[in-house]
Design a binder for this molecule. Structure first.
Ligand code: IVH
Length: 705
């Protein structure tokens, strides 16, 4: 490690640079804390300046490696983690994407189908630019700004009120007669002209320039000195809202106009249309104007205009059913394919990664791109040394599209796809079977938990943002601790025994390179803070195949406690038909998930890993939604043709009311809602003596009759 610190910046590889930036961020933060926080500096000012200069020089050479928490975004002692957390009363959602006109047509059809709209009934949508900035939620009480929060993970953001107050577009006091409580949401951004001027000033001062307006706006808003925010010209467009005590309008367009009336800037390109081809035409108009708008946009957002219909449509996972972002085509660039490396994922899948000569694609330096799998390499026909075309779309991993035949050098080399895992065990690689029993494209290492790559990936997933989300324990730290002689982290439980083990370790964490008293203490605190964990996060964190966030949430809500979930999982693993049937009755849970849960819990190693973990933590029970509704906790089957709503809307409605919507009738079914033409399910319900009602009776039962 000490040799790396001495290495000249010009000689660093990208990996070394990342490691150094990582070390410098921790080191500088530690000295900041000593200097400002404890008034007890350990090093001279000159030494401190040298650390900052090295950090800057590396960032200048590798602009794409600049960390969100880079010391150069901070002046003095302003650790980003010092922002207080704000829980969003209404979650901040994200948007689903459409990449083609056909996707937009599908979106409109999906909305119409969900709402069961007849062929002759019109539905209006708004279309407006998708601003490439960062979203902010502003809370006004009695017309006064009381708090401003970033999106964070959608449920909880950071309190950036002091910074938001310095932005001219954000009124401190609202105009007109706004509702008592009003949360205004929109995008903070920097104009391209202001960004260029800022970079000119930076360059004139011999300071590093910024990568793009979006990152600069984000960095400016998320640093702790309001004077810095005030010195940078940020702007704000309002396009949405959170909690509102009295709605001033009943359509998207009128709501946004009401926000303008309260003093907000709104986007002039927002329009309302009823025909899909008009939406798409507006998209192309905006696309044509893109370069001259003066701010970065990355697509057009369509939203169902009627708020009543938005409410009926609701959302899936994190995105509303009533909106979609139609993205502009990805940007492309040419560069050299220097090498292909194999990465082993959490599930053992081998993914070839293209190592590229750094190239700027749409304002971001790209050095890696995915090649997906062996078939993709073959299909593209790329060889190492080729000039390749790389594409980057939004925040998606860059992709290799093909190579330029005329530029193939005589010494270009084909890439033989490995037949064994690159891990030290060299476990043979197998091809996955497809659903039809054929050979799939994915090659997997069969090592499972014996494969160090897979174990590491499991741990990285375990600590990731939507799982345990432990501050100061991310992918880099997993790499660091995994092979550590004194304080190894090899299983999730090891994380929670770290502080205890450290107390008796030959070299304490606080005495190590890159850690000090403060940062070691912070890490242990951050770990301790996660000993209490919501059930859905725990289930997600286990990394069971096919169990993503939404599935984990469904399972958590259905079983409520860890004990109940574990009992069900073990029963399914033991092949108990009843337990399987019960799990199968859950919305969106099918054979693949159940098989994966069974496989996971059938494996003694996994059971031990989980038990060790459970011994260290406290699991917060899942909330059963809407326990007071008349159908809460009931299992309901909808069958036959429904007239007032689509089948999907019926299911979504039942779930909002705390019921389970099941696909098939069994002894566990509580209620069957049958429309005309109901067949075998109705018959089975009658045989089992289950209550059957029609659609009108359903609306009456839930109080909407
Ligand atoms: S609406 C429930 N409108 O895009 C819908 N979002 O991918 C909430 N964004 O987090 C978002 N311009 O930061 C909406 N005109 C626009 C937008 C916009 C940019 C961002 C926003 C959001 C992200 C979703």
């Amino acid at each position: 490690m000490s040799s790396l610190r001495e290495k000249p910046v010009a000689a660093l590889s990208a990996e070394e640079a990342a490691a150094e930036l990582d070390r410098l961020a921790a080191e500088i933060a530690r000295h900041d804390a000593l200097y400002y926080g404890e008034d007890e500096p350990e090093i001279s000012d000159a030494e401190y300046d040298a650390l900052r200069r090295r950090n800057l020089a590396i960032e200048q050479r590798f602009p794409d490696l600049v960390r969100a928490d880079s010391p150069s975004h901070r002046v003095g002692y302003q650790p980003v983690s010092k922002f207080a957390k704000v829980v969003h009363r209404v979650p901040m959602l994200s948007l689903d994407n459409a990449f083609s006109d056909d996707d937009v047509v599908d979106f409109v059809a999906r909305v119409r189908r969900f709402l069961k709209l007849g062929a002759d009934s019109e539905i209006a949508f708004t279309a407006e630019p998708k601003i490439d900035g960062l979203s902010l939620s502003l809370r006004y009480e009695g017309g006064r700004l009381v708090s401003a929060a970033t999106r964070g993970d959608g449920a909880e953001g950071e309190d950036v009120t002091a910074n938001a107050r310095t932005i001219a577009d954000i009124p401190g006091v609202l105009a007109g007669s706004p509702p008592e409580i009003l949360e205004v949401r929109g995008e903070v951004y920097m104009t391209t002209a202001d960004f260029a001027a800022l970079n000119q000033r930076q360059a004139a001062l011999g300071r590093p320039t910024y990568v793009n307006p979006r990152n600069t706006a984000a960095g400016t808003l998320r640093q702790l000195d309001p004077a810095v925010t005030a010195s940078r010209p940020l702007k704000f467009f309002a396009y949405s809202w959170g909690e509102v005590s009295r709605m001033p309008a009943d359509t998207q367009l009128e709501m946004v106009r009401a926000l303008a009336g309260y003093g907000f800037a709104i986007n002039a390109l927002m329009q309302r249309f009823t025909r899909t081809h008009d939406l798409i035409a507006h998209y192309h108009r905006i696309e044509a104007e893109r370069a001259t708008l003066g701010y970065d946009i990355d697509g057009v957002v369509y939203k169902v205009d009627s708020l009543a219909l938005q409410e009926r449509l609701g959302f899936v996972s994190r995105s509303p059913r009533w909106a979609i972002a139609h993205k502009f085509p990805a940007e492309k660039a040419m560069t050299i394919l220097k090498a292909i490396d194999i990465q082993v994922g959490r599930t053992g899948a081998l993914t070839p990664v293209a190592r590229l000569e750094p190239v700027t694609v749409g304002g971001v330096v790209v050095t890696n791109a995915t090649l997906h799998n062996a078939e993709e390499i073959e299909r593209l026909g790329v060889m190492i040394g080729d000039t390749v075309i790389v594409q980057r779309a939004g925040d998606v991993i860059p992709q290799v599209l093909g190579y330029v035949a005329e530029r193939r050098p005589p010494d270009a080399r084909a890439f033989p796809f490995p037949t064994v895992c690159p891990c030290p065990l060299e476990t043979p690689v197998v091809r996955e079977e497809t659903a039809g029993g054929g050979e799939g494209v994915v090659r997997r290492c069969t090592g499972e938990f014996a494969c160090p790559f897979q174990r590491k990936e499991h741990l990285k997933h375990f600590v990731s943002r939507r799982a345990f989300d432990i501050e100061g324990l991310g992918e880099k730290q997993i790499e660091y601790f995994y092979d550590d002689a004194d304080l190894p982290i090899r299983t999730p439980a090891d994380i929670f025994t770290l502080a205890r083990r450290d107390a008796t370790a030959p070299t304490r964490l606080k005495d190590r390179d890159g850690y000090g008293e403060v940062s070691a203490g912070k890490l242990f605190e951050a770990i301790a803070a996660r000993r209490r964990i919501p059930l859905e996060r725990l289930i997600y964190a286990l990394g069971i195949r096919h169990v993503g966030e939404a599935t984990a949430r469904t399972l958590a809500r259905a079983y409520g406690t860890w004990e109940a979930f574990e009992a069900a999982a073990l029963a399914v693993a033991a092949g108990e038909a009843g337990a399987r049937e019960e799990m199968d009755a859950l919305e969106d849970i099918g054979e693949a998930v159940i098989d994966a849960v069974a496989t996971y819990f059938a494996e003694p190693h996994n059971r031990r890993t989980v038990e060790d973990l459970i011994a260290e933590i406290e699991v917060i029970e899942a909330e059963k939604p809407a326990a007071h509704s008349p159908v809460a906790g009931k299992t309901i089957v909808f069958t036959g043709s429904l007239e007032r709503m689509s089948r999907d809307e019926a299911k979504a409605m039942a779930e909002r009311l705390g019921a389970k919507a099941a696909g098939s009738v069994s002894a566990r079914t509580d209620l069957v809602v049958a429309g005309p033409g109901a067949g075998s399910k109705l018959k089975k319900a009658q045989e089992l003596g289950i209550e059957v009602i029609d659609e009108d009776a359903w609306f009456e039962r839930i109080g909407q009759g």
